[in-house]
Design a protein around this ligand. Structure first.
Ligand SMILES: *Cc1c(COP(=O)(O)O)cnc(C)c1O
Length: 368
């Protein structure tokens, strides 16, 4: 059996509805922002229960523009988590700010007990990452930010539709970035992203920033960039956004099955799941013994497990100028050697899930 990590062929097996919408778009020639982008933004905001969404070119753009719109300036220090996808730190660097990394904790999100020690002169903001689809501890982070007068922007690229209690990802900070990259929970046919915010003034600033600072065809208010949401991608996104909660529910169901199957296996550590958190499992990650052997075994058995990621960010060549060393972030470094990601997407069949469970358990000597 083959258990694929990517599922776009399954998701887009029936292209006709998309092609019909795309034909209508081409007929309208409404290619730069326009009606379909408006419709996507409105639908996205309503689905998430947030007042405003602004479509942009990528999730990375979303984070950079959110930081800029929130008021982060060149030379500011911005706290974020050491364990994340590079784009989080890339967005901080893109706006000319200096990233200050903080180690991750058991749930692969920023360890709030280490926040205080990370404060330095010039720290103006914190960019928590809802990594893997798990929510960072936002109540604690907001209290910390308030005590120290810091802006908060959320990296919700992996946690669209997630939340804590009744509060969705993206509802705490000044703004939050979302990604619709082909591998994210809501995915288009290339790159796309959005910023969500509760504040109308921030929304208005984002609309300027993404489109050359143009208030209209003839009036340039500020210097912006060109990182509009592509209307073609908005067409695809508009069809998928209604599926969000169903997609996440299925991922949560699969994760619960995995958690149960692996919780009593020697050699596997299932992360602690915080009650009240809607973790949407963009990545289903475990900590395991003999990780590389398990990975090779699963791949040989047709199960496309992956490592996110084998090399900690702060030890990458691009980070040299920040002066980090091996040993600076012990949790993130230990994770790099023992984490594994199993396919857990909404297009897996029950047989594929059962086969994955059986194969992993058998590797650790558990017969069913
Ligand atoms: C995907 C991702 C991004 C960036 O999104 P792109 O759309 O690929 O630019 C940022 N942060 C995290 C945590 C992500 O997973």
């Amino acid at each position: 059996m083959r258990v694929p990590f990517a599922y776009l062929d399954r998701q887009f097996a029936d292209l006709e509805p998309y092609f019909a919408d795309l034909r209508a778009l081409v007929a309208s020639s409404d290619f730069t922002l326009g009606q379909v982008v408006d419709a996507f933004e409105t639908r996205l905001a309503a689905t998430l229960g947030l007042p405003h969404a602004v479509g942009v070119g990528t999730g990375t753009d979303a984070l950079a523009l959110a930081l800029e719109a929130a008021g982060v300036q060149r030379g500011d220090r911005v706290i974020t988590c050491a364990q994340t996808f590079i784009a989080t730190v890339g967005a901080i660097v893109q706006v000319g700010a200096i990233p200050v990394l903080v180690d991750s904790e058991d749930g692969f999100v920023i360890d709030c007990e280490r926040l205080e020690a990370a404060l330095q002169p010039g720290t103006t903001a914190i960019l928590p990452v809802h990594y893997t689809g798990n929510l960072a501890d936002m109540p604690t982070i907001m209290a910390f930010a308030e005590r120290h007068g810091l802006l908060v922007v959320e990296d919700a690229c992996q946690a669209i539709g997630g939340g804590i209690g009744a509060l969705p990802a993206g509802s705490w900070g000044v703004a939050a970035g979302l990604s619709f990259h082909p591998l994210k929970n809501i995915n288009v046919w290339g790159d796309a992203g959005a910023v969500v915010t509760r504040e109308q003034t921030v929304r208005d600033r984002l609309r300027l920033l993404r489109n050359h600072g143009l208030a209209n065809r003839d009036e340039v208010v500020i210097f912006g960039r060109n990182c509009r949401l592509d209307s073609l991608q908005a067409v695809v996104g508009l069809r998928l956004v209604d599926e969000l909660h169903r997609i996440n529910d299925r991922r949560i169901e699969i994760a619960a099955r995995y958690d149960e199957a692996f919780s009593n296996v020697d050699g596997i550590r299932v992360p602690v799941r915080r009650p009240g958190v809607r973790h949407v499992y963009h990545l289903y990650m475990l900590r395991v013994e003999r990780r590389d052997a398990l990975l090779a075994h699963l791949n040989a058995e047709g199960i496309e497990a992956k490592i996110h990621y084998p090399r900690p960010l702060h030890l990458q060549p691009a980070f040299e100028r920040f002066g980090y060393r091996a040993g600076d972030f012990p949790n993130s470094e230990a994770d790099a050697a023992c984490i594994i990601t199993l396919p857990a997407h909404q297009h897996l069949t029950d047989q594929e899930i059962a086969y994955t469970i059986e194969t992993v358990r058998a590797f650790y000597g558990k017969a069913d």
